[in-house]
Design a protein around this ligand. Structure first.
Ligand SMILES: *[C@@H]1O[C@H](CO)[C@@H](O)[C@H](O)[C@H]1NC(C)=O
Ligand SMILES: *[C@@H]1O[C@H](CO)[C@@H](O)[C@H](O)[C@H]1NC(C)=O
Ligand SMILES: *[C@@H]1O[C@H](CO)[C@@H](O)[C@H](O)[C@H]1NC(C)=O
Length: 846
């Protein structure tokens, strides 16, 4: 710049010398005429009076043709006045450039005589140029990292004027960053230098505008300006800055993987390269790094995996933002996971006594359990429920611990086990629940006594049963378990003689089968009753009783036995007398027989087997009465013989025979010879006795008929047969079959209590003769055996039960002669009411 720069030379004070005093005509003046003018005079301006200076008159001017000449004719001479005038523009800067002295040489020429004069016009500088910069605008780039003090040389301004009018100083528009220092060029001149006063900051102000002014010292001074545009070049002096120090976000735990969580964002005030930011996790656990991913370019955080509140409630992660210039900053990202109801409540049985005694009191603890729900708050609040209709309930004991207790009576026999379902439900929305079923077993307690199928058993056993045969089976059940329900049977009581009991029956303890220990005899034992006990093996044992009534059924095992007629004591046959004049229908005698069986087996019928004079006598089929069928004829023998069979109704029937000896005579004496060698057995006393018996029998028949009538009337009125009164068994009659319905009881009435010889096969009736074998009855029979018999028959006891019979039996103990002489009391089982009608038997002793 140096050379181009204007040089200011010291310009001394210039004196314009007007050469007025120079001789006008001076043919060759050695000294030129000098004029001095400022540049840029207007055309026509007067430089000086040349004519006068040359000593010419005004007239000479035109006459002598005064004129000027030069290479370049900038002046002219006024022909009138001879003044030198400016003819053209005179620009010092053009003519003299940078020379300090600027003189124009010209000659003045006059003719007549020709004379030449030298003229020098000195052109003075005026301040007609302002300093000027080469360019209007200077563009600078300064890095913001530059430190103060750095200088930048600026372009010089130019001013073609010289000296004072030339450029003298620079000025910079005021600002805080820059100052201007003007320095001297080594080859003269000055140049401006821009000096940085203070560090620049692009981020505060990226461009600066300055105005540089160059000034000269003219009067008035002139100036020129140029714009300086300074662009501050970025340096990476700013780290990235996050928009927040801490980012917080809450996420429900069920967000699907790939969901956007949040976006961190940092800015860098630098620009370009220096502002390119990448994001990365910083100091993040592996776990979190697996769960979240961060987009390094955008700062977007997304989930990678499912979240689980129960595992991690909150993630705290550092995120670093780094620019390319490797400045970095960190921020924190806090991700709170919100709990969702995603865990089922659990039920944990901690203790369980699955065996519960059935007599447990309500409130007994059966199980302990707890609940757990990994969710929190409402999602983890659990309530428990039981399945309905179980005798248990839940007691909440403490925090999530529960007791399962009995709540009501248990009965193993009804429900041996319970499946109790416990349901746990949390309070989430929607609630979740789970359930557990536990099986509780109720254990047995001996709380049930055995129960017999029937409270009373009735069995019929035909007599003569084989000993050892089973006759009945009882059974009792006990719903308890094991020994508590194992039943054994025993006989605890009976109406048999205690000592004899075991010889009659036994019971199997296990099976309840009742065995007969001997053959029963209906004629001896019609029925008996046992009390059987069923007893379990619990502790204490429980028992129950049932009665077993055994009815011994009759079999036809006894043949009828003829009581009358009987052989005499000496073995001779007795006879009956018939008056010769007896009318037809005269009751001659009566065959009397008994049968120890009962019912049909004892229902006797009489048949004539053989008669010496058939047709003379008739025999009552049922009564055994022997009557005359016709009057005795002359041809008929006085002595008649009838062979009579007595048959019972059993299947097969058994029978016995008796021989009747009948003598037609008007008196006993008359009859006696007919008897031949038979000794007269009758005595007056016996005859008297016979009549008494007959009289008594007649009275009895009448009485009986009356009673039967009365009973029949009464029965007809009363619908209930039970209410009918009977006079003893023999008198009972019932409309209907002759065979009593009570036969089902197994006992047809045994109407008699008899003293019969033990030898049952002997049909003979040892009437009056063998009585000494039965001493107790001797006098009775002696006196009035028939009346005793009848008394027993006719005892007006309506309820002729055993007791009454016993009474009677005691009053009239009758013995059978068993074996030859021992007597046995007949089984005192007088039949009850409504028994079959028995025939009334009468007999008389001859
Ligand atoms: C559980 O028991 C409560 C109260 O006893 C009852 O309100 C509720 O309905 C029951 N919930 C279930 C699922 O049984
Ligand atoms: C209890 O559950 C078991 C097993 O599921 C089943 O065999 C049994 O019959 C159930 N008992 C009752 C009383 O429901
Ligand atoms: C059963 O009978 C026996 C004897 O009669 C008696 O001791 C016992 O108490 C009875 N038991 C019951 C349960 O009736």
């Amino acid at each position: 710049m140096g050379g181009s720069c204007a040089r200011r030379r010291p310009a001394g004070p210039r004196k314009v010398l007007f050469p007025f005093l120079l001789p006008l005509f001076y043919p060759a003046l050695s000294e030129p005429i000098r004029y001095s003018i400022p540049e840029e005079l207007a055309k026509g301006s007067v430089v000086g009076n040349l004519a006068k200076d040359l000593g010419l008159s005004v007239l000479d001017v035109s006459a002598r043709k005064l004129r000027v000449s030069a290479e370049k004719l900038l002046f002219s001479v006024d022909p009138e006045s001879g003044e030198l005038l400016v003819k053209d523009r005179i620009d010092r800067e053009q003519i003299c450039k940078e020379r300090r002295r600027c003189e124009l040489q010209l000659e003045a020429v006059v003719e007549n005589p020709l004379n030449i004069f030298h003229i020098v016009v000195v052109v003075e500088d005026i301040n007609d140029h302002a300093p000027q910069f080469h360019k209007d605008e200077i563009n600078l780039e300064i890095s913001e990292s530059v430190s103060p003090g750095m200088g930048t040389i600026l372009e010089c301004a130019k001013d073609p004027d010289i000296s004072m009018n030339s450029l003298s100083k620079y000025q910079l528009s005021p600002n805080e960053y820059f100052s201007l220092v003007v320095k001297d060029n080594p080859d003269g001149g000055k140049y401006p230098e821009l000096v940085l006063k203070k560090t620049l900051d692009r981020e505060t102000q990226s461009t600066h505008h300055l105005v540089l002014t160059a000034l000269d010292s003219g009067e008035p001074p002139r100036s020129g300006t140029t714009q300086i545009r300074i662009l501050v070049v970025d340096a990476n002096d700013n780290p990235p800055v996050f928009s927040q120090d801490v980012y917080r976000v809450s996420l429900p735990e069920d967000v699907p993987p790939g969901s956007s969580v949040l976006k961190v964002s940092a800015t860098d005030q630098d620009e370009g390269f220096n502002a390119e930011i990448t994001y990365s996790f910083l100091g993040v656990t592996d776990n979190a790094q697996h769960v979240f991913s961060l987009d390094p370019a955008t700062g977007n955080i997304i989930t990678h995996q499912p979240l689980d509140f129960e595992e991690v409630e909150r993630y705290t992660m550092g995120v670093e933002a780094k620019d390319r210039g490797s400045l970095s900053t960190q921020c924190k990202v806090i991700i709170e996971v919100l709990d969702g109801n995603d865990n089922l409540p659990e039920i944990i049985i901690t203790s369980l006594s699955d065996q519960i005694l059935e007599d447990s009191r309500p409130g007994m603890v059966v199980a302990l359990f707890k609940t757990r729900d990994r969710d929190s708050r409402e999602n983890g609040e659990v309530t428990c429920n039981l399945s309905r209709d179980v005798p248990f309930k839940i007691h909440s004991s403490s925090n999530n611990y529960y007791k399962l207790v009995t709540d009501g009576a248990l009965d193993r026999e009804q429900t041996p086990e319970y499946n109790v379902t416990i349901t746990a439900t949390d309070r989430g929305k929607p609630p979740l629940s789970s359930s557990t079923t536990i099986t509780l077993h109720v254990t047995d307690v001996n709380d049930n006594a055995p129960v017999f199928r029937q409270s009373a058993y009735l069995v019929h056993v035909p007599e003569n049963n084989p000993p050892g045969a089973s006759i009945a089976q009882v059974s009792a059940s006990d719903p308890d378990l094991g020994p508590n329900g194992r039943v054994s049977y025993s006989i605890v009581a009976s109406d048999l003689e205690p000592r004899a009991l075991s010889s009659y029956v036994s019971v199997s303890a296990q099976s309840g089968v009742v065995f007969a220990q001997r053959a029963f005899d209906h004629e001896q034992l019609r029925a008996f009753e046992l009390t059987l006990q069923a007893r379990d093996q619990g502790s204490p044992a429980l028992s129950a009783n049932a009665s077993l009534r055994v009815l011994v059924g009759d079999r036809n095992d006894n043949a009828p036995r003829v009581l009358y007629p009987a052989l005499g004591p000496d073995g001779s046959a007795l006879f009956d007398t018939v008056p010769r004049a007896a009318q037809p229908g005269y009751l001659v005698t009566k065959v009397v027989a008994v049968d120890a069986d009962s019912g049909h087996n004892a229902w006797l019928s009489y048949h004539v087997l053989q008669a010496s004079e058939p047709g003379l006598f008739s025999l009552g089929l049922r009564t055994g009465e022997v009557r005359t069928a016709r009057a005795l004829g002359d041809r008929d023998a006085a002595r008649q013989r009838l062979l009579v069979a007595v048959r019972d109704g059993g299947q097969p029937p058994l029978s016995a025979t008796a021989t009747l000896l009948l003598v037609f005579a008007d008196s006993l004496q008359e009859a006696l010879p007919d008897l031949g060698d038979h000794p007269a057995p009758s005595e007056p006393q016996a005859e008297l006795q016979f009549y008494l018996v007959v009289a008594l029998a007649l009275i009895s028949v009448l009485f009986l008929l009356a009673v039967i009538l009365a009973i029949a009337l009464r029965l007809r009125r009363s619908s209930s047969p039970a209410t009918g009164g009977c006079f003893g068994s023999v008198l009972c009659s019932k409309s209907g079959p002759e065979i009593p319905p009570n036969y089902s009881e197994g006992t047809l009435p045994y109407a008699y209590n008899l003293c019969v010889p033990g030898d049952q096969t002997n049909p003979e009736f040892h009437f009056l003769t063998s009585v000494d074998h039965c001493p107790a009855t001797q006098d009775i029979l002696n006196k009035d055996s028939s009346s005793v018999l009848l008394a027993s028959i006719l005892t007006p006891s309506i309820e002729a039960d055993k007791k009454t019979f016993k009474q009677i039996g005691l009053q009239a103990p009758l013995f059978t002669n068993q074996g030859m002489g021992s007597c046995e009391l007949q089984s005192p089982s007088l039949p009850r009411l409504n028994n079959t009608k028995s025939e009334m038997d009468t007999h008389r002793s001859s």
